[in-house]
Design a protein around this ligand. Structure first.
Ligand SMILES: [Zn+2]
Length: 296
């Protein structure tokens, strides 16, 4: 299994910025001890690839540093050359993970899951929509017709839903907090809204009811999984009450369902905002460990 990293592109964030950027390096260090020979530097997504899901003018503004102050505020990171390069690498990592999954059942991006990025703008710490780009790249390059995006980050995949609305070849499934960001939600192929305080049992039963059914009906040939760490009970932004054990059971359910259906899966980490960064890293690390176990 190939695991792609981008954490060596460090984003210069202003003092007091609350995004847990350090989680990526800590996660790679943890994965290094488990699977040292599986780690690869992520390639950069090309302009041609990004244009499959984004407006050319937006990619150009992002690349050249000519986004407006309003566009930068909406993304939530200050623009820097590292930020533009990191966004390309993170998207390239999901493309690479999905292509390697087609050959090897599963591939992992230790970042990605930037599902709040729209065709013409970014928001909520997301610049490019890696899942939408990767889905269209394998459709163009690898003879894949139908792709499932299984988004289990606690926030709705609004950018993904918007970019892929009207595209019947990509099924967008988002299971998210009803009361959570974004206030205005887009329409995915299937949105499942969860009440505040949702626990392990309710969450797992809901996922078990929907995921196998989607796979049986849509017959995807590849899947991109957003394994957000933010449904965790200790998350600052999550509002749900999943335990680490429940999140591991979620990952196991997704991977075993994919494996048993011979469905190649690319895994992305998506969000995670627990008070203690060690908890975020722990949850993401469990996702990687579970994938390695299920596909061993
Ligand atoms: Zn999130």
């Amino acid at each position: 299994m190939k695991i792609f990293y981008t954490d060596h592109f460090v984003l210069p964030l202003p003092e007091g910025h609350r995004f847990p950027m350090q989680k990526y390096a800590l996660l790679r260090e943890a994965v290094q001890t488990l699977a040292p020979n599986s780690l690869f530097e992520a390639p950069a997504a090309t302009d041609d690839e990004l244009h499959l899901a984004h407006h050319k003018s937006y990619v150009e503004r992002m690349s050249s540093g000519t986004l407006s102050a309003q566009e930068i505020r909406q993304i939530g990171f200050p623009w820097s050359p590292q930020m533009a390069e990191r966004a390309r690498r993170s998207t390239g990592a999901t493309i690479a993970a999905l292509k390697s999954a087609l050959a090897d059942r599963c591939g992992i991006n230790l970042a990605g899951g930037t599902h709040h990025a729209f065709a013409d703008h970014g928001e909520g710490f997301c610049c490019y929509n890696d899942a939408a780009v990767a889905a269209r790249v394998v459709q163009r390059d690898c003879g894949i017709e139908r792709v499932l995006i299984c988004d289990l980050d606690v926030h709705q995949g609004n950018g993904t839903a918007s970019i892929l609305s009207g595209d019947a070849s990509v099924f967008t499934f988002s299971m998210h907090g009803e009361k959570n960001y974004p206030v205005h939600k887009e329409k995915s192929s299937l949105d499942v809204e969860l009440a505040d305080g949702c626990d392990d049992d309710t969450y797992l039963a809901t996922l078990k009811r929907h995921l196998p059914q989607i796979i049986a009906a849509f017959k995807p040939q590849a899947m991109i999984y957003l394994a957000g760490a933010d449904p965790f009970e200790g998350d600052r932004l999550g509002r749900l009450k999943l335990t680490k054990c429940g999140l591991r059971a979620r990952d196991t359910l997704v991977f075993e369902t994919a494996r048993d259906n011979a469905l190649p899966v690319a895994v992305t980490m998506a969000g995670g905002y627990a008070h203690d960064v060690a908890d975020i890293v722990d949850i993401h690390f469990n996702t990687v460990r579970t994938a390695l176990h299920v596909y061993s």
